[in-house]
Design a protein around this ligand. Structure first.
Ligand code: HEC
Length: 190
């Protein structure tokens, strides 16, 4: 477990991570929790998508693009240490957040009154997304577990500095995002 190594923007989420890690023998979280934050909950889907998944996906996939050299050949030798770090941090964030959801009891789409991206422009509102998820929370958790798994594969490819594996994992992560969106978010569902 390395949940406590991620620094989330929100104190509430940091607190949650610590609580989860705390179960495994009080792994002495270094951060001090903000006591005024309300009881810890799994972040909303909306928050996670916009503030964690999207930037982390970009951090991984946009950087993974550079495993190809100018000749269009797979060759990771041009990547800087900073780029390796960006990919690794991003893949870890994807994995840890997806794992969190894969084990979440309650999955909440958004705070009350919060508008989703493109809501009303052909995209269903958060209440509708919520009921799609509530009909099949196990399916949602399974797709999160799948994303966590693909992110782990990415981490292994990074560890091995395996250009082909890194590129392939990028495609597979994208597919994991996409297949959940098709199942739980896109219009035409109802
Ligand atoms: C297990 C399901 C699931 C997976 C996996 C998933 N998403 Fe989502 N995503 C959703 C749902 C449901 C919504 C619609 C609700 C919302 O907008 O938050 C959504 C919405 C979004 C949005 C729009 C947020 C907004 O402004 O309303 C973005 C961006 C996004 N996802 C990015 C990603 C990326 C990038 C990945 C992969 C790294 C990913 N998602 C993986 C379920 C998932």
């Amino acid at each position: 477990m390395s949940l406590n190594r991620i620094t989330y923007a929100s104190g509430a989420i940091a607190l949650l991570s610590m609580m989860l890690v705390g179960c495994t023998h009080g792994g002495a979280p270094s951060e001090t929790a903000e006591t005024e934050t309300p009881p810890a909950m799994v972040p909303t889907v909306y928050y996670s998508m916009t503030d964690i998944f999207q930037p982390a996906f970009q951090g991984y996939a946009d950087t993974a693009f550079w495993v190809y050299n100018d000749e269009g050949e797979l060759d990771a030798s041009g990547l800087t240490e900073e780029q390796w770090d960006t990919m690794t941090t991003s893949a870890k964030e994807l994995k840890e957040t997806a794992l969190l959801f894969s084990k979440a009891q309650a999955i909440r789409v958004a705070e009350e009154g919060e508008e989703l991206f493109n809501e009303g422009k052909g995209f269903i509102p958060s209440e509708a997304v919520q009921s799609v998820i509530d009909e099949n929370p196990d399916g949602f958790r399974a797709m999160m577990a799948y994303l966590a798994n693909e992110s782990q594969t990415a981490l292994e490819a990074l560890e091995a500095r395996d250009a082909a594996g890194i590129s392939e994992a990028s495609d597979n992560i994208y597919a994991a995002c996409k297949s959940c969106h098709v199942a739980f978010w896109y219009p035409g569902r109802r």
